[in-house]
Design a protein around this ligand. Structure first.
Ligand SMILES: *Cc1c(COP(=O)(O)O)cnc(C)c1O
Length: 430
């Protein structure tokens, strides 16, 4: 069977396939750069595992309290090495990215303290954590106030507004690296470093936390290496490499991470407890694969940008722009467009390919959300997935793909569904 035949059997017409190949021909230099970055980060991960003498004993299951869990401790040292930090907390007991961020915030903010976001509104689920949208057990309920400095219209930092927002109460500054469900640019590690230096220049003892979701291994440095006291993310995104079935990480200074451990378990217990229940092989092996998985996801993101850009849709970032995370936003302009795009991503999945995604009121989000994900790990967004809130500008946020070839198939199928629904005229592919 030929390649074209396989694509046809997977629902891709020759016209859509040919359109994809045309776009792809121009992307090769870009892909070569991504491969170089993957090589560097692969080396970084192996170095951390070698220096920490990872061995088969690290993969053993522990139960109960999980005292003296060698595998857990060694994994945390490996993370600290990779992120260039004093300490790390990497646990299956952290249920998701929002939980990891909640632990980091509530551990390091006390009643009377103020939290500042200098990069506009934080990710949807964090708005309830902070209490921007009232919620039981929010930081606001515990007497932590919140301030925000919005980005300038071009997506750059508004340094005057940030200076004005920092005050005697400002204890912690949270910087979200990735765009989340907003059509602003994602920030480079260098930009984040500049922002941290600016904030610490005004208030040297302020703590800075970076929400690093979707950013891991995209660049040679992580935000913890440019001054962040805390750097936080989800293991069902980049650093889990698609194998971790749950979990989150918090890396940073010893003082900050210790407080997170006390918040996660209990004061007095901290990092000493937390049985691994046999999950560690997937954490280690997933981390080992993460740099190449991230590279595949990035190629998919760039390919999607290139295809939809050619068809006149607004894409963020553009296909030629530098990337700082694996997220690709495509503004489809209508709910029908979002549905067709997501239908295609779902149809190309190895799991649940026969279902059609429909919008629903997901907990933690303020408008209906549509999600396409045919994932081995439920909701994993390092696996090929697309989602977005049903609200103008009707943008889907596309990410992941455990292999580049799967990402490619999913994107072609999304375009096929757009064509089938009459949202992209067949002539546009010529
Ligand atoms: C995914 C994400 C989160 C929340 O992670 P969950 O695992 O979905 O709870 C927070 N911030 C950003 C920027 C994200 O992309």
């Amino acid at each position: 069977m030929t390649l074209l035949e396989i694509y046809e059997k997977n629902g891709i017409s020759p016209a859509v396939y040919a359109f994809g190949e045309k776009a792809l021909a121009e992307l090769q230099p870009r892909f070569a750069k991504i491969d170089e970055m993957a090589e560097l980060n692969q080396g970084k991960v192996i170095l951390a595992m070698r220096e920490n003498r990872v061995d088969a004993a690290c993969f053993a299951a522990t139960t109960g309290y999980g005292y003296d869990d060698v595998g857990r401790e060694r994994l945390e040292q490996v993370y600290a090495h990779i992120f260039g930090t004093e300490a790390a907390l990497v646990r299956p007991q952290i249920t998701c990215g929002t939980h990891a961020l909640t632990v980091a915030l509530s551990a390091n903010l006390l009643p009377g303290d103020e939290l500042l976001s200098p990069v506009g509104a934080p990710y949807d689920t964090l708005q309830e954590v902070i209490g921007i949208r009232p919620s039981p057990c929010s930081l606001a309920e515990y007497g932590v106030t919140y301030r925000q400095a919005d980005l300038r219209p071009d997506g750059s930092f508004d340094y005057d507004a940030i200076r004005a927002a920092i005050n005697a109460k400002t204890k912690l500054i949270t910087i979200q690296r990735s765009k989340g469900y907003a059509t602003r640019p994602s920030f480079s590690v260098a930009q984040i470093g500049e922002l941290i230096a600016f904030c610490k220049g005004i208030k040297p003892d302020v703590l800075v936390m970076v929400d690093n979701c979707y950013g891991e291994f995209v660049e040679a440095l992580e935000p913890s290496q440019v001054g962040a006291d805390l750097c936080v993310g989800s293991l069902i995104k980049n650093p889990g490499g698609g194998l971790a079935p749950i979990g989150g990480y918090i890396v940073g200074t010893k003082a900050c991470v210790e407080r997170c451990a006390y918040r996660l378990s209990a004061p007095g217990l901290g990092q000493e407890v937390g049985a691994n229940l046999g999950i560690l092989p997937s954490f280690y092996q997933g981390l080992f694969l993460a740099p190449t998985v991230v590279a595949g996801a990035e190629k998919g993101a760039i390919f999607a940008a290139a295809l939809y850009e050619r068809l006149g849709f607004r894409v963020i970032p553009g296909s030629a722009e530098e990337r700082h995370d694996i997220i690709q936003a495509v503004e489809l302009g209508s709910e029908a467009g979002m549905r067709a795009f997501c239908k295609g991503i779902q149809a190309a999945a190895p799991v649940d390919s026969y279902v059609e995604p429909i919008p629903w009121a997901m907990p933690g989000y303020d408008s209906q959300v549509i999600m396409a994900a045919g994932a081995f790990v439920q909701g994993s967004s390092i696996e090929l997935s697309a989602d977005g809130p049903i609200r103008p500008p009707y943008a889907v946020y596309f990410q992941g793909g455990l292999t580049w070839y799967h990402a490619k198939l999913g994107i072609l199928r999304s375009l096929q569904e757009m064509v089938n629904a009459g949202l992209v005229p067949a002539e546009a592919l010529e």
